[in-house]
Design a protein around this ligand. Structure first.
Ligand code: ARG
Length: 559
């Protein structure tokens, strides 16, 4: 039940219902009312003082058994909803929809491509990849929940001269068994060694270039090595994706587009967009305040931009997307502005549907890292450490708990994901183990712990579906209102590409439930109240599970 729409439909003002609905807000203090309509913005259209408008709208509002009061205070109309009615509607809806509560079909018939994680072959999967991976995955789940058809794309970095370097290093210092055993880390060690040695002996760079050329010319041995490196990388990252519950529908990486570049370059040329600059073919973007977008190097080789151009065209043709999202760090802002502009200049009207979902950097408390010198923080190590720490906390808090290892995994992995998703995505964040595993903080373990508490209440009290209550106390009402906000929260999170709205929502709901839990007696309450409070507990559990689920975080039964 959407109370905002309900109220807006009945307000007797000469204004569209949508406008009024969008102005309705939840006042910070419930003593004032449940919804408030500020009349300041209306003053211009209606040519009257806000206080007068508020008085007239309040006086003419037809109260009923749902909206029981409308009163004017200082330019606001405050509405009061019948709390029992509100509770009943909300709980009935949650019990009817359960794991679908909060979902909708608003995206019906729309395909959304989401390019995220997009790892680089033979390069470490480090803490810097955390945000794109978990943000992209949450956006994937959000779209699915709201009826869209998401297409998850891992735009693998599997093309470029670095593979020539890797082959050269492998042939010089590598050993099959060691690499097989060491996976991504062993490959990266080779890469690092190459750079060290090349500083002393620059001719290695030529050798690397020659090997890369061999890959391009489909030389059997070089291509086989490249595929082997790729398989090893995918095995390693696959393990992490599994832990994080992250999935992809397409693994078409940069190399996939090599044979699709020709037609795009031809089109650019036909449309008169290509100009020569120092031997390279570029699209001049000076008129738009940007450096030129390089399409072909002087030796005819393609670039990161070129492959992205071909990829965008391919995605439009293949999926006919409604939107195509690129979940990539803000360091690549210029790259995407250039890319989108070139497509627009090519006359692709769908260029407006391409969206760069930019996010900030993650660093660890103890300093930064550099890929080249091999000083990196592997994401897998961060996850393992979090699981280990979670296990220690759980063992201390609840030594008798069964399945500690399994639960610690859910808690530890959740902490890593939630830590990356709790803030607005554009903010740089410093990852702290203590912070993400603080059971009393704004964390997933706090939410998970609240779920375990709710589970235990339900186990002792039995499930109840008494959605009706005669009187509702303020603590109960706060929970009800928060529960009712979930669908709108999910919608806003998708609209703004901010999974953090859902993360914050979960913490708010858990806090409100805990306040209710400590202030009000559930199991020892008089029978009717007890039934209602049990229902409120179950509704909270369902909603918290849905919220965490959208972020890719599980909920253990006990903790
Ligand atoms: N592999 C790239 C990197 O690590 C990210 C690719 C993002 N996706 C894209 N279509 N450009 O920087």
């Amino acid at each position: 039940m959407d109370f905002k729409q309900y109220i807006a439909a009945r307000v007797r003002a000469d204004l569209p219902q949508e406008e009024i609905a969008s102005l309705l807000a939840l006042p910070p203090d419930t003593a004032m009312g449940d919804f408030a309509l500020p009349c300041f913005k209306l003053a211009k259209t209606l040519r009257k003082a806000p206080a007068l408008i508020a008085q007239e709208l309040a006086a003419s509002y037809p109260t009923d058994e749902i909206v029981v009061e409308a009163s004017a205070v200082n330019g606001y109309v405050n509405f009061r909803i019948d709390r029992a009615f509100w509770a009943e509607r909300t709980l009935a809806c949650i019990f009817a929809e359960r794991e679908r509560y909060g979902s909708s079909d608003e995206g019906q018939g729309r395909t959304v491509c989401i390019d995220y994680s997009s790892v680089n072959i033979a390069k470490p999967f480090h803490i810097g990849h955390l945000s794109t991976t978990v943000l992209g995955s949450a956006l994937y789940k959000l779209h699915q929940f709201l009826g869209y058809r998401p297409v998850g794309i891992n735009h693998l970095g599997d093309y470029g001269t670095q593979f020539g370097k890797l082959i050269s290093a492998y042939k010089r210092w590598g050993n099959r068994e060691e690499i097989e055993k060491g996976g991504l880390r062993a490959l990266n060690a080779l890469y690092v060694r190459f750079h060290e040695e090349a500083e002393k002996d620059p001719s290695l760079e030529d050798e690397a270039r020659a090997f890369f050329k061999k890959i391009e010319d489909r030389d059997e041995e070089s291509v086989a090595l490249f595929h082997w490196f790729k398989d090893l990388t995918l095995q390693d990252v696959g393990r992490i994706y599994e832990m994080l519950d992250v999935h992809f529908d397409s693994w078409a990486g940069e190399s996939f587009y090599i044979d699709k570049i020709g037609p795009v370059v031809d089109e650019l040329r036909e449309k008169g967009l290509l100009v020569e600059s120092e031997g390279a073919q570029v699209v001049d973007l000076e008129a738009y305040g940007m450096p030129p977008c390089i399409i072909l190097r002087s030796d005819g080789a393609s670039l990161y931009h070129t492959r992205d151009l071909a990829a965008a065209v391919y995605r439009k043709e293949t999926y006919d997307f409604y939107k195509c999202l690129y979940v990539v760090a803000y360091q690549q802002n210029l790259h995407f502005r250039q890319l989108f502009k070139v497509l627009e200049l090519m006359g692709k009207d769908w260029a407006k549907d391409l969206i760069h979902v930019a996010y900030g950097m993650v660093s660890l408390e103890d300093g930064s890292m550099s890929t080249r010198k091999g000083k990196v923080v592997y994401l897998e190590d961060v996850i393992d450490k979090c699981v280990e720490k979670a296990l220690a906390v759980i063992a201390e808090k609840n030594p008798a708990l069964e399945n500690k290892q399994e639960i610690a995994k859910t808690v530890g992995v959740g902490a890593v994901i939630f830590g990356a998703l709790y803030n607005n995505k554009i903010k740089d964040i410093t990852f702290s183990y203590d912070k993400v595993l603080n059971f009393e903080g704004e964390t997933s373990c706090y939410v998970q712990y609240t779920c375990a508490r709710a589970n235990s209440v339900l186990q002792k009290g039995g499930r109840a579906r008494a959605t009706k209550a005669e009187a509702i106390c303020p603590q109960e009402f706060e929970v009800i209102k928060q529960l009712a906000e979930f669908p709108a929260t999910v919608h806003d999170a998708l609209e703004k590409y901010e999974p953090c709205f859902v993360a914050r929502y979960a913490v708010d709901l858990a806090q409100k439930y805990n306040k209710f839990y400590f202030d009000c007696s559930i199991l020892n309450a008089e029978e009717k109240t007890r039934q209602f409070r049990l229902a409120l507990t179950e509704a909270t559990l369902i909603t918290l599970k849905n919220a965490l689920g959208l972020l890719g975080i599980g909920v253990p039964e006990k903790m």
